[in-house]
Write a new protein. Structure first.
Length: 260
C-alpha cells in the first residue's frame, strides 16, 4: 500500500515489510474458496460477505473515506479487516478489474492461532500496519499545518492541468510557455511569470480547460488554502489577477465575434 501523495521511502520500506509478513502468514493457508475476479466498481465489496477479508492478488485498489482516497493498495495487501469486526471501515474502489482471494475471518483466526510462530507473525503484522498509519497520519498533519510551495517540471506536450479535475493548486509559470485548451480548442496563452489556475480555486468549480505545456516548463505550485490565505493578507494580488482575467475574457469575446 502507498499514499496517493507524499509517499516517503520509509513508508515504502514498511509497506514491503508488511507484505512480506502477510506472505509468510498466508503461505500455508488453503482457503475454502478460490480466487475471484471483481469488476471495476466504486464499492468493490458491497456485495461480498462482511465475514470475509480479501488478499489482493492482481490490480490496484483505492481505499477511500469521506470520498477522499487515503491509501492505494497493491498486490499482497490484505483488505477489509475492520469490516469483519463491524468497525468503521473504508470503501474500496477500482477503475479496472481486480483479483482477490477471499478468506473467512474465522478461518484466518484459526490458521493464525494454530501455530505459535504464526501468532507472532500476526502480531508483527498488526503492529507494522499500525506504525504505517501513524507515519501516514504524521505526514498528513505536517502537510496541513506546514504546507510548502512546490516546483514541478513539464516537457513540451505534457498536460499541467486537466479539464474537469478538482482545483486544489494555483500555479505560476516560472519558465516556458503553455496554452489553455477547452474541449480541444485553444482559448488562451500562458506566458512566463503568469499565475494560472486561480479562477477555479476562487469559484470552487472544477477546471474549465486543460493547460498544456508547449515548451519545457517549470511551474511553482501553491495549495489553494495557502493561496486564499495569501490573498486575504495581500489583497492587492487580486488586482493583477482581475486585470489578467479581464484581458482573457476580452480576448475570448473577440474570438467569438470573429467566428460569427
Amino acid at each position: 500500500m502507498h499514499l496517493p501523495t507524499n509517499h516517503t521511502e520509509s513508508l515504502a520500506e514498511l509497506s514491503q515489510r508488511i507484505r512480506d509478513i502477510a506472505s509468510d502468514i498466508f503461505a500455508t493457508l488453503t482457503p475454502h474458496t478460490g480466487e475471484i475476479t471483481l469488476a471495476a466498481s466504486d464499492d468493490l465489496f458491497a456485495e461480498q460477505k462482511n465475514s470475509q477479508v480479501f488478499l489482493l492478488r492482481a490490480g490496484q485498489v483505492q481505499c477511500q473515506m469521506a470520498a477522499k482516497t487515503i491509501v492505494c493498495c497493491e498486490p499482497g495487501d490484505l483488505l477489509g479487516l475492520p469490516r469483519t469486526l463491524s468497525l468503521p471501515s473504508a470503501v474500496f474502489s477500482a477503475s479496472e478489474d481486480i483479483t482477490v482471494q477471499p478468506i473467512e475471518r474465522d478461518e484466518l483466526i484459526k490458521h493464525v492461532c494454530s501455530d505459535a510462530n504464526r501468532q507472532k507473525l500476526w502480531s508483527y503484522y498488526l503492529i507494522a500496519r499500525l506504525s504505517w498509519y501513524q507515519q501516514a497520519l504524521a505526514l498528513e498533519i505536517r502537510k496541513e499545518f506546514h504546507p510548502n510551495a512546490g516546483f514541478l517540471h513539464f516537457s513540451g506536450g505534457d498536460t499541467i492541468i486537466r479539464q474537469g479535475d478538482e482545483a486544489d493548486l494555483v500555479y505560476t509559470l516560472l519558465e516556458g510557455h503553455a496554452e489553455a485548451v477547452c474541449d480541444g480548442v485553444t482559448v488562451g496563452q500562458i506566458n512566463r511569470d503568469e499565475i494560472f489556475g486561480a479562477l477555479a480555486v476562487f469559484t470552487g468549480q472544477r477546471r474549465m480547460a486543460d493547460v498544456v505545456a508547449t515548451t519545457d516548463c517549470t511551474v511553482l505550485t501553491v495549495r489553494k488554502e495557502e493561496f486564499i490565505e495569501l490573498v486575504e493578507h495581500q489583497p492587492h494580488i487580486c488586482i493583477g489577477l482581475i486585470e489578467e482575467m479581464a484581458d482573457k475574457i476580452k480576448g475570448l469575446n473577440s474570438q467569438l465575434r470573429d467566428q460569427h
